[in-house]
Write a protein that binds this ligand. Structure first.
Ligand code: FES
Ligand SMILES: [Fe+2]
Length: 377
């Protein structure tokens, strides 16, 4: 760790490591410094499980999609054996990116010189390589990384030594069980190009303090800021509860599954499964914000709208899906105004760590976790 980074970490600890009532946010440099961003890639995003997609996006052998995690180009592919694998998307010949264009194919073929890999990453053919002495196909398999499916979400772990998800997320799995998320289908997907640091969105997602100012018509009338409350989880995720006004039953769009607890029908909850999996869990659907973080001040956001097939068994399901897509998009457009404004502010010389409200405990929890991860040897 460089001296500058060590100083920043110390500054961060002084701001954050206090009881919430005395705490501030991380200092602005944590959102803007390339050095912090590199440390996050190495120590946070390479070491932890990162959610990259839904298993239902690649239902058949040969289906695949490309995504980068911590700068590592990956090809997520379903094998002939039905297993989902996270393979390196870098050709073992001369580093061409694989998986561009094809959404499904029985093999993985490099567009540059047509080296061809099986779906498990082993090299099957390499044309015109007979004269390369000692060349062995067996030495040229695509590296594969840790890959697990949890509640239908595909997770990747680059370091290969993260604790199994089923163990670290067990209490969350118990809370989520009635939703049967593994069986949910994608009812909408919205993409945004986001020119701000990934933590600006995490912070925004994990507090409802801004509802009366940023969402005066969309959220505040039904989910008032003042009655939201961050839960103390002491776990690798943060949770924020947003009760419906007057603690009344909220009107669902679709049909909530049997077994969804009463509390979930009187509001909704949002979660950040660390480092950055943002989930809004409603009584009848789940909204997932997937971030593909490609720079200190930039990420690609895909908003997934998920619902169980049984919930969609309502008249006018298609109209309701459109309504959900448009509503979610409209709310996020409101949030973008805040997030982009915050990013501009963060870049200014006068920005400093800001004090937190009691409604912002989920931000505090995440930042404590982040500091500990960044300091982990
Ligand atoms: S770079 Fe892939 S075959 Fe040459
Ligand atoms: Fe918001």
């Amino acid at each position: 760790m460089s001296l500058a980074l060590a100083d920043l970490m110390e500054e961060g600890r002084r701001a954050v490591l206090r009881p919430l009532a005395q705490a501030s946010t991380l200092p602005p440099a944590f959102y803007t410094s390339p050095e912090i961003f590199e440390a996050e890639r190495e120590r946070v995003f390479r070491r932890n499980w990162v959610s990259v997609g839904r298993a239902s996006e690649i239902p058949n052998a040969g289906d695949r999609f490309r995504i980068d995690v911590a700068g590592e180009p990956l090809l997520i592919v379903r094998g002939k054996d039905g297993e989902v694998r996270a393979l390196s998307a870098v050709c073992r010949h001369r580093w061409m990116l694989l998986g561009i264009g094809a959404e499904s194919s029985a093999t993985i073929s490099c567009p540059y010189h047509k080296w061809t890999y099986a779906l498990d990453g082993s090299l099957m053919a390499a044309p015109l390589m007979e004269q390369a002495e000692g060349f062995e196909r067996g030495n040229c398999s695509l590296p594969s990384f840790g890959c697990e499916i949890w509640n239908g979400f595909i997770f990747v772990n680059l370091s290969g030594d993260a604790e199994p998800l089923a163990r670290s997320l067990a209490p969350l799995a118990e809370e989520f069980a009635p939703w049967k998320m593994g069986e949910m289908e994608i009812v909408g997907r919205i993409e945004f190009d986001q020119p701000y640091n990934w933590k600006v969105l995490v912070d925004n997602f994990m507090e409802a303090y801004h509802h009366f100012a940023i969402h005066p018509e969309t959220f505040e009338p039904n989910y008032p800021a003042a009655i939201s409350w961050p839960e103390e989880t002491n776990a690798p995720w943060a949770a924020l509860r947003m009760p419906h006004k007057g603690n009344e039953l909220a009107d669902p769009l679709f049909k909530p599954l049997k077994g969804i607890p009463d509390r979930a029908r009187r509001g909704f909850s949002v979660f950040n499964v660390y480092p950055s999996m943002l989930l809004a869990v409603l009584s009848d659907s789940v909204i997932w914000y997937r971030m593909e973080i490609d720079g200190v001040g930039h990420f690609k956001l895909t908003v997934y709208l998920l619902a169980h097939p049984a919930s969609l068994d309502v008249p006018d399901a298609e109209t309701l899906k459109t309504f959900l897509r448009e509503g979610t998009s409209a709310v996020h457009m409101e949030d973008i105004v805040a997030c982009e404004g915050v990013q501009m502010g963060l870049m200014s010389g006068s920005a400093r760590a800001g004090r937190l409200s009691h409604l912002e405990g989920a931000i505090h929890e995440h930042q404590k976790w982040l500091l500990a991860e960044l300091a982990r040897a």
